[in-house]
Structures are given as C-alpha cells and as structure tokens.
Design a protein around this ligand. Structure first.
Ligand SMILES: [Zn+2]
Length: 313
C-alpha cells in the first residue's frame, strides 16, 4: 500500500493507493507555502497517518509528485515558484525517517505521465508523452518505459518550445512559447480581446464558457476553439516529429472539452508530420480522472522501487 502525496501550489492532497492504482482514502489541505516547509511537512505526516487509518492499511512506501523544480535524485525541492522558501528542504528524507519506508519524488507532470503509463491510457506502451493543458502546460516523456531526464536529472520543459516567435511574451523570457499560446487563459485572452472590439465591453469569459458558446454555434467562440486547436496541434505535431511516440496522452482542464479540439489537432499533424509514421501515434485522453495526481504520485514509488515488476514492455 503506497502513501501518495501530491504537492501543488494551492493544495496538498494525500491518499492511500493500492497496487492496482485504486485510491482507497484521501485527504487534502491548502498548501499554505507561506506558512513554511515544517508546517507543510507536519500536515503531510498527519494526513498520511489519518488516510492509512481510514483505509485500515499499513504504509509500505511513499510516492510524491510535486510542482517543480524538484530534484528526484536527492529528494530536495529546487527553486519552486509556487513554494517560496521551501528550496533545499527534503521531503524524501523527512518522510522516510518518519515512516521508516522508502520514498521517491518526481515533478508532478512526470508523476502523471508515470500514472498514465502504469495504470491509465498509456498502459503497456513503451514510448509515451503526457501533456496536461490547463492554466499552464506541463508534460512528461517516457521512453522505453523510463522517465526521460536531462542532465542533472532535469525535467524537460516542453511547454517552452516556441510556436510563434512573434507571439505573446512568456514568463521564461521567450515570446510565443506553446504555454503562452495554447493554455485556457491564452484562449480566453484572445476571445475577450476580440469580443471587446465586436461588442463594446462585455464581461470576460473563461475558456470553459467559451467552449460552451462554441458548442452553441457562437461564431467568435468557434474561431477561438479553432485557434486553440491549431496551437495545440502545432505543439503536438512538434512532439510527434521529434519523438514519434506510441501515444500522446492529453489531460488537464482544457482537455475536458477535447471533442472540440481533436479534429483540428489531427489536421495540423497531417499537414506537417509526413516524414514520420504519424498515423501510428495514438492521441489518447487521460483516463485516471480526478485522482490522477495521487495515482501518479503512487506510481512514482513503483517506478523507482519495483522497476522489474512494473516496467512497460
Ligand atoms: Zn516560455
């Protein structure tokens, strides 16, 4: 039974996950990063004890998925935007000491990729890329069943590959990154700017509301959806040209409206991936539901400590 810890910028979720990826109990609390790491750690420990008691199980290992930058090798937090002041603290060492079990840590996008590869839409696929599209874009790359890491075990940042160098400024320093053009807020910003020109000063709509309007046939909303599908498609097509994976698993809040985007994404892929067997790369939707982050965090432990048993073929 694996204790799973999902550390995000707004909340920390904890749960017990069995060997089939089923969540047996869960609790969450606000992250309260400003309250300090020691306080956050104390709540993680308390929630791990309570969820194991609720499920009536003993914890045999702990897996952590965290918003990044994190160092999977040492188990320490890097300079994480959403966790100011937590840098250098080491939840792997601290939880291992407290519970006397093995503990593993990964970036949360890598954790979700491992979850989908182990128990979800990418099961039994050897080459998988997971992409989550919401307020940001995140991703994890699995090659030959192993999480792909760069030098110093670095997590590659697929959201900061440039789609349009004349596009909007990005937090990273470039212009027109995938993340600056294809997130939910980017779609909403384009729609709201253009609808202001059309109709005076209407209220600002969210990506979810724009998708609803598009389903009702509203013209500008349909254009916003087409534009979103085009930018999503460019990024996905680049990943196919670079990696030709077995499957690209698409998750995140924007992908809850995937039916609106998939044909547009496929069209862009057909236009520009002709030198690789793109038709063999499956586009799949993330399948682990609302507990995907916890399930992914549990899978981090399996990937690290049960490699021989669970490795994808
Ligand atoms: Zn960027």
């Amino acid at each position: 039974m694996i204790g799973a810890v999902d550390i995000g910028g707004t909340k920390i979720a904890v749960g017990m996950v069995d060997d089939n990826g089923k969540v047996l109990s869960r609790l969450e609390s606000s992250t309260d990063a400003a309250g300090g790491y020691a306080n956050g750690l104390a709540r993680m420990i308390d929630m791990l004890r309570r969820t194991s008691r609720d499920a009536g199980v003993e914890i045999s290992g702990i897996g952590i998925g965290s918003t990044g930058v994190v160092y999977p090798g040492s188990g320490a937090f890097g300079d994480v935007d959403l966790l100011p002041g937590w840098q250098g603290n080491n939840p792997v060492e601290d939880l291992a000491r407290e519970f006397e079990v093995t503990v593993a840590l990964e970036n949360d996008a890598d954790a979700s990729a491992l979850g989908e590869a182990g128990w979800g839409a990418g099961k039994l696929k050897s080459r998988l890329i997971y992409v989550t599209v919401g307020t940001g874009i995140g991703g994890g790359i699995i090659l030959d069943g192993q999480i792909y890491r760069g030098v110093d075990m670095a997590h590659p940042e697929i959201s900061h590959h440039v789609i349009d160098p004349s596009g909007p400024d990005c937090s990273c320093g470039y212009r027109g990154c995938w993340e600056s053009l294809a997130t939910g807020p980017a779609m909403a910003a384009w729609f709201n700017t253009n609808s202001a020109g059309d109709r005076g000063s209407p209220k600002k709509l969210s990506a979810v509301q724009i998708c609803q309007l598009a389903r009702c046939g509203e013209k500008l909303a349909i254009r916003a959806v087409e534009r979103e599908a085009y930018y999503l498609g460019l990024g996905v097509a680049n990943l196919i040209n670079l990696f030709v994976p077995d499957v690209i698993v698409l998750g995140g809040s924007v992908m809850k409206s995937a039916a609106l985007f998939l044909e547009g994404i496929r069209k862009v892929i057909r236009q520009g991936c002709r030198f690789v067997p793109y038709e063999k790369t499956e586009l799949a939707l993330a399948s682990l539901g609302e507990d995907a982050n916890l399930i992914g965090a549990a899978r981090v432990w399996h990937h690290r400590f049960k490699q021989g048993v669970n490795r994808a073929s």
